[in-house]
Write a new protein. Structure first.
Length: 290
């Protein structure tokens, strides 16, 4: 953790703060607006998730910056960071999510762009996961106990993006932002516990005050019949611009990528100085550069 630089490395809060002066403008602005939303107020209302406020205020969050939502080298670096995070977070703090800030695209992009980029990143991580999908988690997203998994762990990737006009709790003015939370950090506050029920009531009440609109219709709880986890990763605002079904089609087949791409540091094969003949064109097909 805290290797040199700011992009493609796992950072604790103190190290991120120390390196912000040398960070790219987009990352400085990303983190500034993130921190302001966690610790500030909107029309006198604090950010809805008081767990998010606490971990940012106490310095328990971990961070990463990703230079692209499409470049395979950047996404393989993110994969390595996520592997390192899953190994480090239990010893870092009782509750230590990973906030990932993505470099914004050129020009103004609409809602469809951010749904597409989120699911491309999650698909890339799934295909290049060094560990198999956990046996106790279904692979069908249209079931109440499905959730995204990586590194053998179930994760809840909450996303924010620039296209939200009213739902400011999901608004990130700079670009796509994903906060990965392992299911393990919810132990004791799940929907079937008294503490979890109280926490959800408080958060949903605060969400209404902060956003000025009712909580999203897709907001639900993992494992509850009728609720779906994937719809909560990036709330839809425009039905025409959002997916009707989960874009990710996970399988238990493992591995899905060549062994050399599952090794730490595999991103170097896609570095600018690498031989183009060594690159797997299938990794970059379909989306184009940010």
């Amino acid at each position: 953790m805290n290797e040199p630089g700011t992009e493609g490395v796992l950072l604790d809060q103190a190290t991120l703060h120390d390196r912000l002066d040398d960070a790219p403008d987009w990352l400085r602005e990303h983190y500034r607006t993130f921190r302001e939303s966690m610790l500030g107020e909107r029309d006198g209302s604090p950010f809805p998730c008081y767990f998010g406020i606490e971990v940012e205020r106490e310095g328990d969050l971990l961070y990463a910056a990703c230079e692209s939502t499409t470049d395979p080298a950047a996404l393989l670096r993110l994969r390595d960071v996520l592997v390192e995070y899953l190994d480090a977070y239990p010893d870092h703090a009782d509750r230590a999510p990973l906030a990932v800030f993505f470099k914004p695209p050129e020009g103004d992009r609409g809602e469809a762009h951010y749904h597409e980029r989120l699911w491309h990143a999650l698909e890339f991580l799934h295909v290049h996961d060094p560990e198999p999908w956990p046996d106790d988690i279904p692979t069908d997203p249209d079931t109440p106990r499905w959730e995204f998994c990586f590194g053998g762990e179930p994760l809840f990737p909450t996303s924010r993006a620039p296209f939200y006009e009213e739902r400011k709790s999901r608004y990130s003015p700079v670009g796509l932002e994903i906060t990965f939370q392992p299911r393990a950090v919810f132990e004791g506050i799940t929907a079937d516990t008294e503490a979890g029920e109280r926490a959800r009531e408080v958060i949903r009440d605060r969400m209404g005050d902060y956003d000025g609109v009712c909580p999203h219709a897709d907001l639900g709880d993992w494992g509850v019949e009728g609720d779906r986890e994937w719809t909560q990763y990036l709330f839809r605002e425009d039905d025409a611009a959002s997916p009707d079904a989960c874009p990710l089609d996970p399988t238990r087949d493992h591995p899905k990528a060549p062994a050399e791409l599952l090794e730490p540091g595999a991103w170097r094969a896609f570095d600018d100085d690498a031989d183009p003949g060594d690159r797997d064109a299938s990794l970059t097909a379909g989306l184009g550069d940010d």
